[in-house]
Design a protein around this ligand. Structure first.
Ligand SMILES: *Cc1c(COP(=O)(O)O)cnc(C)c1O
Length: 861
């Protein structure tokens, strides 16, 4: 397949510098400035040439320089000190080691975190956008907190593509091949030194093999499966060729390797390192969902039935959904999936129809020929969540069909709002200022402290001077990148003199960078080109706009949007005030967020599940200007930025875009720019800085990924581990009992009904404080009163007789009669005034259920 076989000669370090190997390979350097400084201080020019990649830096230094450094006592001492500090970071107890679960139980000993992409550093380009960056931030924060996570993903031979532009502004994609030996990775080896190998069956008797590369993300190991190995045939070698490269079958093979192969890799990892087996399996989006099928197979192989295994697996699985956009959800044809889990390739004891049922869209509006990975995620995940409050609600409505008869509010999908890893995203100048202005005790306190923002500690002039320095650095970076882009677009240096005047360090700088799917509306700002031009060229209060983003290679529509934007920005009349920078990646992001005064986001509400770039901007003192969607719908408070009014309810998409674009122009023109240019003494914008202080102080602590990981630990991982332990106890005796009970309840459910409801205790005019007595006569057929909850569902009713903010309280078993008939009774306290309504329903009851909708069974009166 490849004509040229490449390999990298590894650097041999002189003994006194041996620790540099670990310091360069543990990716903690990517969020630890002192470690980076240790390398950079050796040769700043070379450090810049290798784009801050320590492994490449050591290779480029050459053995002579290394020998000289080994004789430099000062450097050797600093290296040892850095290594000691790293070891303390890696081994000392941290936050997690001091936590107990809410029930007092031990927290999980291990958690596996599966994701199709991980964005950790630009040195390891294994991500395409927000999903991967979030996964990277999750691992880094887990490391900082001491959470025992193991990441599981794929190593893509070319990662995601490198973006450049044609002269005409069309996106070009380039896939530079990565050589794992030149990356901060180590191949996982068996005790005899041979690379450990994961294998799985493919249709037609073929097998797919993979090696496992390990990246050290601080304390967190990240296992990356790589199919590009000699044991594979040419087709199988290409399975991990690119991230989100091919369509249908290629994607399915990648997801099989990630899910099934990933679990097998974890088993090898535990065997070789003694690491505890994970007690919780977390899948970041649905792509890794087959991990549940593999774990079912494992349990079936030790004697459980598929149903019993399914209970044990579900209890310990967490599924995070990330998108309400249908194109973001993987769907395969059932026939294709059958080929991989049926026929000769069927897993022992796991019939193919059981696998197909997991991803089946057998609900109203579903497609019976399709296998849906998100649906499988929800069926295999005993706990599920969206990534902001709003997205949780949208997801509950979106997947309501999987739980017919239940109210959307009871759909078992909760939410954990995303966060970002501040050590990765905050500009060094701000970190330094914070360190200078905070006392040591405040700096080392576990809670984020905003004390440094006290005007007594940092004056407006100081704060403004840092913001201006960051903007100024961005201006330099923008010019470099624009020049590079134009050179790639075929311009000669002589044509490019104008680039020296691109952007100004004094002009209000607005950033917009993200992937380019349609719903993010890259070109909303171009809706009225004349108005945009007027904002950019305003004589007193101009605005400059930096834009970046990649379109998925198969998305022609997205590429057209980029081209429109580039053509607008190419116009000599405005090109000094608006730029499109190709190849948005972590490296660019790190310079973009700090330098922008305002971070713009204008998705089509409610399609942005969370969004995180605005959080990174906020941590650097940027103000968000955004549609109230995702995280911003939750945390916009009127003083930390601006909410762009949405034209909710306007169905015509063109009209909606017109309205929202007009609202955006109005805000910039009448509010944002005037505030920015309203200067006090020494040219400092006092009211602007008030908003900056407020943002840093109030959003700063909330948007942290440590806050997010803490919520996962206590809200999802700990309960999942406890449920998993309960079901595994006594050789899975409880899993067997639960499966048997569920089968019995399903079987008997069609005889369950509410026969008759009586109420009393209330005179005609009910008053707050009265109690409503309710008695329900029900038929349970073969089920017993212990198998069910008979509930009175009550609350305020609106004009259309729908109970809002309902509460469901169980009635007590009161009497039994012949033929499976029973009475249940209880009281409801009327504790607030207004229209009130109630009804009675029957739901299954068992302590092993994760929620009331677990079986999806309900009988409403
Ligand atoms: C943060 C980040 C993203 C995600 O940004 P959204 O606002 O969630 O779209 C994408 N790419 C890079 C490089 C990032 O740093």
């Amino acid at each position: 397949m490849r004509a040229i076989r490449r390999f990298t000669v590894r650097t041999v370090l002189p003994e006194p510098l041996a620790a540099l190997d670990e310091l360069s390979h543990n990716l903690r350097w990517s969020w630890h400035a002192p470690t980076r400084e240790l390398f950079a201080g050796v040769d700043r020019e070379l450090w810049a040439d290798v784009k801050g990649d320590p492994v490449a830096f050591l290779a480029a230094l050459g053995s002579e320089r290394l020998q000289a450094l080994a004789a430099d006592e000062g450097f050797v001492g600093r290296t040892r000190a850095a290594a000691d500090e790293l070891h303390r970071y890696l081994h000392d107890p941290r936050w997690y080691q001091e936590q107990r679960s809410a029930t007092g139980a031990e927290l999980p000993r291990g958690i596996a975190y599966f994701s199709p992409e991980f964005g950790i550093t630009s040195v390891l380009p294994q991500y395409s956008g927000g999903l991967g960056i979030l996964a990277g931030d999750h691992l880094k924060s887990a490391s900082d907190l001491g959470v025992p996570i193991v990441g599981v993903g794929l190593l893509y031979g070319a990662g995601y593509f490198r973006q450049s532009l044609t002269r005409d502004g069309w996106q070009l994609e380039n896939y530079p091949l990565l050589d794992p030996d030149g990356l901060p990775l180590a191949v996982l080896r068996e005790e005899d030194g041979t690379p450990a190998r994961v294998s799985l069956g493919l249709p037609g008797g073929r097998r797919l093999h993979a090696h496992v590369w390990v990246a050290a993300v601080g304390r967190v190991p990240l296992l990356l499966l790589d199919s590009n190995i000699p044991a594979n045939d040419e087709a199988s070698r290409a399975v991990t060729d690119r991230l989100y490269g091919g369509g249908g079958e290629h994607r399915l093979q990648q997801e099989l390797l990630l899910g099934v192969g990933g679990v097998r890799a974890l088993r090898i990892w535990s065997r070789l390192t003694g690491a505890p087996e994970p007690e919780v399996y977390h899948t970041n989006e649905g792509h890794a969902g087959f991990l549940g099928v593999e774990r079912i197979r494992e349990l079936v192989s030790v004697g459980l039935s598929v149903d019993e295994a399914l209970e044990a697996v579900r209890a310990a699985t967490v599924f995070t959904t990330h998108t309400p956009v249908p194109a973001g959800i993987d769907r395969f044809s059932k026939d294709l999936v059958s080929g991989y889990f049926g026929g000769d390739n069927q897993m022992d004891g796991v019939p193919v129809d059981r696998v197909l049922a997991l991803g089946s869209e057998d609900y109203e509006g579903g497609d019976p020929t399709v296998f849906n990975m998100a649906v499988m995620g929800l069926r295999l995940g005993g706990r599920a969540n969206g990534v902001s409050l709003l997205h949780g609600q949208v997801s509950r409505e979106m997947f309501e069909g999987l739980w017919p008869g239940f109210d959307a509010r009871e759909v078992p999908i909760t939410s954990v709002t995303n966060g970002v890893h501040s050590p990765t995203w905050v500009a060094p100048q701000l970190v330094r200022l914070q360190q200078e202005r905070l006392g040591l005790d405040q700096l080392t306190a576990p809670e984020a402290s905003a004390g440094w923002l006290d005007p007594g500690k940092v004056s407006d002039a100081d704060l403004w001077s840092i913001r201006s320095e960051l903007r100024s650095e961005l201006v330099d970076e923008v010019r470099l990148r624009v020049r590079k882009s134009w050179r790639e677009r075929g311009a000669s240096p002589a044509e490019l003199g104008w680039i020296d005047d691109v952007f100004s360090p004094d002009v209000l700088t607005i950033g917009f960078a993200r992937r380019v799917p349609t719903y993010k509306r890259l070109t909303l700002m171009l809706r009225d080109p004349a108005r945009l031009r007027a904002l950019l060229l305003h004589p007193q209060r101009p605005v400059q706009l930096v834009v970046a983003g990649k379109s998925h290679p198969a998305d022609e529509q997205g590429k057209r949007l980029i081209q429109q934007l580039v053509r607008f920005a190419d116009d000599p009349a405005v090109r000094h005030r608006i730029v499109f920078l190709p190849n948005y990646d972590i490296g660019m992001a790190q310079s973009l967020y700090p330098g922008c005064d305002v971070w713009l986001n204008n998705p089509l509400r409610p399609l942005e599940a969370s969004g995180t770039s605005g959080m990174k901007s906020a941590l650097n003192g940027g103000l968000n200007l955004s549609i109230e969607d995702g995280w911003w719908a939750e945390w916009y408070d009127g003083e930390n930025g601006w909410g762009i009014p949405t034209a909710d309810g306007v169905d015509d998409p063109d009209r909606r875009d017109d309205l929202e674009a007009a609202a955006l122009y109005d805000l910039v023109e009448t509010t944002v720019a005037p505030l920015y240019y309203d200067r006090g003494p020494e040219g400092v914008p006092g009211r602007w800085l008030e908003m900056v202080r407020h943002t840093l102080a109030t959003l700063g602590p909330k948007v942290q990924a440590t806050r997010m990981v803490g919520e996962y630990v206590h809200g999802l991982y700990a309960p999942a581990a406890e449920a998993g332990r309960t079901l595994a106890a006594g050789s899975y005796g409880s899993a067997r009992d639960l499966a048997t009970w569920k089968a019995r309840v399903r079987e008997g459910w069609h005889h369950v009904r509410v026969d008759h409801v009586e109420s009393g205790g209330i005179a005609d005019a009910a008053q707050v404080g009265d109690r409503l007595a309710v008695k329900a006569y029900v038929s349970l057929g073969s089920l017993t009163p212990d198998d069910v909850d008979v509930q009175v569902v009550h609350g305020h009713v609106n004009e259309s007789d729908v109970i809002e903010d309902f509460q469901a309280d169980p009635l007590a078993h009161a009497d039994s009669y012949e033929a499976g008939r029973h009475a249940f009774a209880g009281e409801v306290a009327l504790d607030s005034s207004g229209p009130f309504g109630y009804t009675v329903r029957i739901v299954p009851r068992h302590p092993g259920q994760t929620n009331v909708a677990d079986l999806g069974l309900v009988v409403n009166a």
